[in-house]
Design a protein around this ligand. Sequence first.
Ligand code: S3P
Length: 430
Amino acid sequence: MTTTIRPATRLSGALRLPGDKSISHRYAMLAAIAEGATRIRNFSSGADCASTLGALEALGVPVRRNGTEVVIDGRGLEGLREPGATLDAGNSGSTMRMLAGILAGHPFRATIAGDESLSRRPMDRIIRPLEMMGARVRAREGRYPPLEIEGGRLRSIEYELPVASAQVKSCVLFAGLYAEGVTGVIEPVRTRDHTELALREFGAEVRVDGRRISVRGRPRLVARELDVPGDLSSAAFFLAAALLVPGSELLIEEVGLNPTRAALLDFLAGQGASIRVLRVEQRAGELVGDVLVRHSPLRGGVIEGALTAALIDEIPVLAVLGAASREGLIVRDAAELRIKETDRIATVAENLRRMNVVVEVAPDGLRVPGGQRFRAARLDSFGDHRIAMAFAVAALAADGECTIEGAEAAAVSLPEFFPLLEKVAGELGG
Ligand code: S3P
C-alpha cells in the first residue's frame, strides 16, 4: 500500500496511545503461566502483541479479547500444552525470544517460526543461555528461526549478557522461573526493566543489584488486574512531528514514563525541546504521565554508549530530527540497529538520501549533518514499522507531497498511526 503525505501546517490537540508493546508482551506471557484470570486493560493494538496472544492460545491458554481489553486464563507455571502446529511469531522478535524462555521450562517440543524479516534475525543470543540451562534448541544454521525447543527441567545459571538486550535478559529470567535456585543475569548496560517490574507484580522474587538482575525459581505466580501505559516509543513519532512542524502543540496523555525508556525525553529536552511532563503516577511499578510538547528548534546531539541502548527504537525518528537540527546527529555503538526488523542504518540512510538529505554511514552508526531540508520523495518502509512512521514524520516537513511504499507496516506496533496523525496534523492526502 502506498500512502501519500502532504506537508503539515501544524499539529495540535491531545492524544492517548494504545498500550506499550514491550509491557503488553510481558503481561500476556506472565498471565499465561500465572494462576487465575488476569485482566489487561489498554493492551497493545499492534500485530506483534497479537502474535504473542496467538502463540499463547496455540499453547492451550484461553485468551478473550474485547477491544483494548484482554483476559487471559492462566494455566500455572508449567501449564502450557504441547502445540499441535508450529507457533507463529510473525514479525515479532520479542514473541520469539521471550516465549522461548518459557517454552524451555516445559517438557515438550515446540517449534516457533516467524516472517521473512524475523527469519533473518539472530537467535544464538538466546540459544546459548537456554542450552546452558539444560534446554535443547535447534535452529537454521545454528542461529536463525525457526527454533525447535525441547524443554524440561532447567538448572539456574549466572549469565553475563554479551549484548545489551532486554529481550535476551527477559528470556533468561523467564527460563529462570523454571530452575531450582536463583538465576542471575548481568547486563553490560541497563536496558528496559519491564520484565523485572512485571515479574514482581505477578509475585516472583526479583533482585536488582546494579547491573545484576536475579530471579528465584519455581515461584507461584498470581493473576492480576493490570493497565498498560500508552507506548512511549509510539509517542516518539508524534513528539518528533510536533517538534519539527512550526506552531505545533500536542498533549500526549497517559503515556509510559519508565526511566529505562524515558531517556528520549531527556535527550530531546537537552537539545532545547519544549517538553513538559505534567503529571506522573505509578501503576504496577510503571510510571505513567501526560506530556506536553511544543515546536522547538533543536541543537542536535550525540548518541553513544549506554544512551544508544536506551534510545535504540527511537534512532530512526531521531535521525530525521537530526537533519533539521542546528548541529546534526551522530549515532555510535549502534551495530544492533543492523539486526532489527530491517537494517535500520541502511533503511534510514536510503530514505534520507531520497529526500536529498546528506548522511554518512558507519558499520555501527551514522552521522546526519544539521541545517538540512527534506525534499519531497518516494519513500519506502522496507516493511519496517518504525521506518514507515519515522519517514511519515519527515514527510510532514517536506517541501511537497511524499509517498511511502509499504506504509501499512506501521500496524506491527501501531495500526492507528495514520488516523491518529490525521487527527492532530489534519488531512494527510489520501
Ligand atoms: C524490546 C527490546 C529491544 C527493542 C524491541 C523491544 C523489548 O530489543 O528494540 O523493540 O520489549 O524487550 P533488544 O532487547 O533485542 O535490543
